[in-house]
Design a protein around this ligand. Structure first.
Ligand code: BT5
Length: 320
């Protein structure tokens, strides 16, 4: 969306505003204001022309302008009804030099998990990729993934779903040990959301980062792989516009205050205090997960002392 359109939308969100006042505030002609209003109407916004001026009466349920309306983060939204993968689209935009764009889709038909695993993304979910250009070394990138997990967990809790984070980036709804089955045993819960971070960079500096977040929102759990859960299943359908806004706002708040990421992650963690087995490139590490440290490594207290694990697949074990 253009800056002008965004400014018109922001003004309407603040209350009734007259055409001349809007034209003057934005430094554009009254005809240009009219054009912007017509474009918003075409997008599904209900804008009444009253004696006092333009009044915003209704907002489309979802889409680029809907998510940008009142969004408290410096992000432009690009929306697709249907796309292969929002991460792939994000990578394209990043390669063209874009920054601070959120690619959002109702449905993905070629979405990916980590290590080229498949991600199922039917219509009704919140499928989002954030394109960023942080001046950070590649080694700090895991912190962005943790921030995405924290932002997702926070938004899910606000929507009434008791989400937790399994190291490093699975957002789960816990099941008790007694109720665990083959699908949930090693995970400690049913998966509500997943995060896929991709980057390009040089040894000392990230060129771009695409943080992909997939949240099973208004989707039937039966449409997803076993072991998955959805917001619909746990708390009923959510307003995706508001959920996506909270997600983006929380992520950017964490980006701007990196010191707050680890404390928030620890608070939401399902992994700390648990017995875990982590399959790492260097072998299997088993013990109690005792902490997460910069930039996102897990500290495991093993029989041979503390081991810090930077990457791997983590399994929650039943308590001894
Ligand atoms: C992830 O991978 O959890 C990262 C998922 C990232 C998806 C987002 S959506 C927006 C953006 N665009 C993309 O193309 N991707 C990102 P991983 O930890 O590898 O988990 C993948 C595994 O989760 C699969 O092998 C399935 O078993 C399971 N799975 C697939 N779809 C699922 C779903 N919707 N909900 C829960 N589990 C799912």
């Amino acid at each position: 969306m253009s800056d002008t359109r965004r400014a018109v939308l922001d003004a309407l969100a603040d209350g009734v505003v007259s055409g001349p006042a809007l034209a003057e505030a934005l430094g554009i002609s009254r005809a240009a204001v009219w054009k912007q209003i017509e474009a918003l109407r075409a997008d599904g916004f209900v804008v009444e022309s009253t004696d006092a001026g333009y009044e915003l009466r209704d907002v489309p349920e979802y889409g680029a302008s809907a998510v940008e309306l009142g969004l408290d983060a410096p992000v432009a939204v690009e929306y697709h009804e249907r796309v292969g993968s929002t991460n792939d689209r994000g990578r394209e935009l990043a390669a063209e030099g874009a920054a601070d764009v959120a690619v959002l889709a109702d449905e993905q038909v070629g979405s990916r998990g980590r290590l080229d695993r498949e991600w199922t993304a039917p219509s009704g979910g919140i499928w989002l990729s954030l394109v960023l250009r942080p001046s950070r070394p590649p080694a700090h990138v895991p912190l962005f993934t943790l921030a995405a997990a924290v932002a997702t967990t926070k938004a899910a809790r606000e929507a009434g779903v008791p989400a937790e984070i399994k190291w490093p980036n699975d957002v789960l709804v816990p099941v008790s040990d007694g109720a665990a089955d083959g699908e949930t045993l090693g995970r400690g819960g049913r998966k509500l959301a997943g995060i896929l971070t991709e980057m390009e960079g040089e040894a000392d500096r990230v060129s771009w980062l695409v943080v992909g977040i997939g949240v099973n929102a208004n989707v039937d759990a039966e449409a997803l792989p076993a072991g998955a859960t959805t917001i619909r299943e746990r708390a009923g359908d959510v307003n995706r516009r508001l959920f996506a806004q909270r997600l983006i706002e929380e992520f950017y708040a964490l980006r701007d205050d990196p010191e707050s990421v680890l404390p928030a992650w620890r608070e939401y963690s399902a992994t700390l205090g648990r017995r875990v087995r982590v399959e790492t490139p260097g072998g299997s590490v088993e013990g109690e997960a005792v902490d997460v440290v910069h930039p996102g490594a897990l500290v495991v207290d093993t029989d041979d002392g503390e081991v810090t694990v930077h990457a791997g697949d983590c399994e929650h074990l039943r308590s001894a």
